[in-house]
Design a protein. Structure first.
Length: 231
């Protein structure tokens, strides 16, 4: 793999050095353009610089372009480097690495999506893990993944719950046993989230907010008193 040219090397005026400088520029538009150039050139020697920038980049659009640039590189170069980020003590490197892995879609990364990753205490990392998991999971592990995801029914705010529901819905009809476990929970928040996910599975166009509100009404009143609308 070609080496990234150090910024302070004798080649300080080389195109690679100028690109590295631009990736760390104070202006977000400059960083965005640099990430675009990096993806267009698709130089594997930039993988370390791109991953390192993902770990600290504050701008959403620049991070998205950095992810695109990484997807343009060979998976055998990017995937090992991204997997090393999952051991970071900071949330952003873990979250961004998982997001990028989901975009690359290389299933050799699946063994790294452990329960500790799926249950990460940071909501943004967990959300990225759920999205990556449903892309990377092999067929024989889909049922187990559904159970691991459903065990987190009731977690977080509406945004977090929607991410979890979408991940489960992406697994399709195989989530039946996991849904039944959630629907049988003694925790009303868990039951409401499971029921909202069930409704979303049956009607993806229904929208999550109405599904949550209806689910809470059913949980509070019972299917019969709620008008028989529960599935």
């Amino acid at each position: 793999m070609p080496e990234v040219v150090p910024i302070n090397s004798a080649h300080k005026d080389s195109p690679s050095t100028r690109l590295l400088d631009a990736l760390g520029a104070g202006n977000s538009s400059t960083r965005l353009q640099a990430a675009l150039v990096a993806g267009t050139d698709a130089d594997p020697g930039l993988v370390d610089a791109l991953v390192a920038r993902c770990a600290v980049e504050p701008d959403f659009f620049v991070r998205d372009m950095l992810t695109w640039a990484l997807t343009r590189l060979p998976p055998e170069v990017t995937v090992p480097r991204l997997l090393s980020e999952l051991r970071s003590g900071r949330a952003q490197p873990r979250s961004q690495a998982l997001h990028t892995l989901s975009k690359i879609g290389d299933r050799t990364a699946w063994p790294a999506i452990t329960r500790s990753v799926l249950y990460d205490a940071d909501d943004e990392v967990a959300r990225s893990a759920w999205r990556a998991a449903v892309v990377l999971v092999p067929p024989e592990a889909r049922n187990g993944l559904a159970l691991d995801l459903a065990a987190q029914f009731g977690r977080g705010d509406r945004t977090v719950q929607l991410s979890l529901s979408r991940a489960l819905v992406a697994l399709g009809d195989e989530i039946g046993p996991a849904l039944r476990t959630g629907l049988a929970s003694r925790d009303p928040a868990v039951r409401a989230h499971a029921r909202a996910t069930e409704r979303l599975l049956l009607d993806p166009d229904a929208g999550f907010e109405p599904a949550v509100d209806e689910a809470k009404r059913v949980v509070a009143l019972g299917p019969e008193r709620a008008g028989g609308t529960a599935c």
